[in-house]
Design a protein around this ligand. Sequence first.
Ligand SMILES: NC(=O)c1ccc[n+]([C@@H]2O[C@H](COP(=O)([O-])OP(=O)(O)OC[C@H]3O[C@@H](n4cnc5c(N)ncnc54)[C@H](OP(=O)(O)O)[C@@H]3O)[C@@H](O)[C@H]2O)c1
Length: 289
Amino acid sequence: MKIIVTGASGLLGEEIADRFEEKGHEVIRLKGRGQLDLREVEPVMSFVEKCNPDVIVHTAAIKDVDEAERHPQETFVTNTVATRNVALAAEKTEAKMVYISTDAVFDGEKGMYHEYDETGPINVYGFSKLAGEREVRALCKRHFIVRTGLLFGLKGKPDNNMVLKLMKRWQNGEVVEAGIDQRCSNTYTLDLAEAIVTMALTDYYGTYHVCNEGRASRYEFYTALCTGAGFSEEQVKGVKASTIKFARRHKNSSMTSLLFERTFGYALENWEDAVERFMVEYKSKKEEL
Ligand SMILES: NC(=O)c1ccc[n+]([C@@H]2O[C@H](COP(=O)([O-])OP(=O)(O)OC[C@H]3O[C@@H](n4cnc5c(N)ncnc54)[C@H](OP(=O)(O)O)[C@@H]3O)[C@@H](O)[C@H]2O)c1
């Protein structure tokens, strides 16, 4: 199959592109605005028509929640209008579209949200991604909407990779503050990318929650990474999220899936086991990073 991956220089996009290529598919990597700015409809349409892909996996977005809050218009243009452009192009070429969405479409009060729970974003990032979901549903028949939680992995630009930045700070002896009152379903990009490859080969369209199982506070998650890499747990300090963040954060945006396992026959591992596997990958590649 021929696959276009948008955001292919990013944390998730690069992982997805690698996984498709590993399975023998032809991958066209759109690495960012410098190559093709997805905010303009005409260039997107003519590029996609020229490639005539079977699948478009759309990961490109502004993901920084505080940046989104400071620049709402720019965020809607990138997260919603660009998604609309990709959906229009996918429909025109009869390609399947996979849109990566987020737990931030929920209000974060209840936790363990499933696919049929009501959405209700509380910040600009969440509103812009939910509006992107609506464009995809309205404009592209063959779509998968994949909602996921806080991602960890080794890909993307190192200076924009949360885990690599944390490792550097711990190496320098710093103590890192992390929210004790902010829970979600942390997810290994490798597991998510494999799930997306599996999904995209089917025609079981719809909206899926795809996360490693369980939930953790940011503090618990950072502590697992910090101690897993051999640093002292005292290098993570639990604080209230509101003291270190600008945009409103979710108390508990953890998710569960009613659909993924029942449709594709397996569930993603627990997040703690996924962190252990991630640490093996990290340690084996540490010197090259
Ligand atoms: N990271 C998380 O914890 C997380 C959690 C839940 C959901 N998600 C979702 O997962 C997806 C991937 O996130 P990520 O962490 O991989 O993001 P990332 O590492 O920040 O990568 C974003 C990518 O989008 C590209 N991009 C941004 N604006 C663009 C534009 N106008 N035209 C073309 N390309 C553009 C960037 O390239 P340039 O900067 O060079 O343009 C980059 O390649 C996003 O949709 C995000 O909402 C992420």
